[in-house]
Ligand binder design. Structure first.
Ligand code: 5AD
Length: 346
């Protein structure tokens, strides 16, 4: 789809026309990745962060109680993921230099030795040497959202770290060269985000040949610069639920065989059926939270995140039921790119 076509859809607000967009995205989803909804167990392994992103509650200057899980605690979560029937564990953290190359590599090695899980890392901007070492240790996938493809907006909300900053588009290309499945995505409705730039973001999903695409609404966090700034009035993309569905659907059309989650941020703005509507409009993945309860509330990238109180089992129980209620089935196995082309009866 050309830029102008993407822009028209982003600006569309006629419900009947939008229903046709969502129907097409759902059709392409079914044809290309099937009815399985893959469950990725998310473990938020450290809330320490050296960056100062203008939207994120974990930004370095915030004086909050922080934690870093031990390797044994993380391994225990991986075993819990296996018990719950998940095929993937996602290890996510703030950008935490204490998560050293060797420590993470040893952790990945252990998970791969002790479990059949696919391992996805989401540990921020890291060097090629780190990424290569983790790939050698067995990591399968890496997630790093580029957040916006507008360079000026990116710079404005991501203060450079003298020693650590790197170009995320370049990093995503490096990940693919190393044989990772690469995931990225954006927040929708970041103050200062234009319609043009959001259309450009969707073009980047295809240009980078992303294997995974995660998008969600920007949610104001009051302890961040963006959370207290007056909203930009003109030409601003709203951070509405509907905008998220439009971008999920357009992401599916741009990258028909990608794995696309119905995200926690979406479920946070519509607790009742945000997950389901995302799954019905192009998404095929959910990421239930497996972080131990004592840490979960401390990982507050934005306020009022769903699933902060529930145990892993409670989260899963409700999700599996919700998946079946819309005629879909919880996925089995690691659920990597292309895996749905294998008939499920084999
Ligand atoms: N609102 C919505 N999403 C956020 N993220 C970080 N802060 C916020 C916020 N205030 C998202 C970013 C990041 C991911 C882990 O969480 O897109 O990449």
């Amino acid at each position: 789809m050309k830029r102008a076509g993407i822009l028209d859809w982003l600006r569309e607000d006629d419900p009947a026309r939008l229903a046709s967009l969502y129907g097409e995205a759902d059709r392409v989803r079914r044809q290309r990745v099937g009815d399985a909804v893959h469950l990725r167990g998310l473990v938020e392994i450290s809330s320490h962060c050296v960056r100062s992103c203008a939207y994120c509650g974990l930004r370095a200057p915030n004086r909050i109680e922080r934690y870093r899980m031990t390797a044994d605690e993380i391994i225990e979560c991986a075993h819990e993921a296996v018990r719950l029937g998940y095929g993937t564990v996602v290890l996510q953290a703030g950008e935490d230099p204490e998560l050293t190359r060797d420590w993470v590599a040893a952790l990945v090695t252990r998970i791969k030795r002790e479990t059949p899980l696919a391992v996805t890392l989401s540990l921020g901007e890291r060097t090629d040497a780190d990424l290569a070492a983790w790939r050698r240790a067995g990591a399968d996938r890496y997630l790093v959202r580029f957040e916006t493809s507008d360079p000026a907006l990116f710079r404005a909300i991501h203060p450079r770290h003298p020693a650590r900053s790197r170009d995320r588009m370049e990093m995503l290309r490096a990940l693919k060269r190393m044989g990772y499945e690469a995931g990225s995505g954006v927040m929708i409705g970041i103050p200062g985000q234009s319609w043009e730039s959001l259309a450009g973001d969707i073009e980047w999903f295809a240009r980078l040949d992303l294997d995974m695409i995660g998008v969600g609404p920007w949610i104001a966090h009051p302890a961040t610069p963006l959370g207290v700034a007056p909203r930009a009035p003109r030409g601003q993309v709203p951070n509405s639920e509907e905008m998220v569905y439009k971008v999920i659907a357009l992401a599916r059309l741009a990258r028909p065989d990608a794995n696309i989650p119905s995200t926690t941020a979406l479920a946070t703005v519509n607790r009742r059926d945000g997950y389901e509507l995302g799954l019905m409009r192009g998404a095929n993945v959910v990421m239930p939270n497996l972080t131990p309860p004592q840490y979960r509330a401390l990982y507050q990238i934005y306020p009022d995140k769903v699933c902060v109180q529930e145990s892993a089992r409670q989260c899963f129980g409700s999700l599996a039921g919700r998946i079946r209620s819309i005629g879909r089935v919880p996925g089995r196995g690691p659920g990597g790119r292309g895996s749905e082309l294998v008939p499920s009866c084999l």
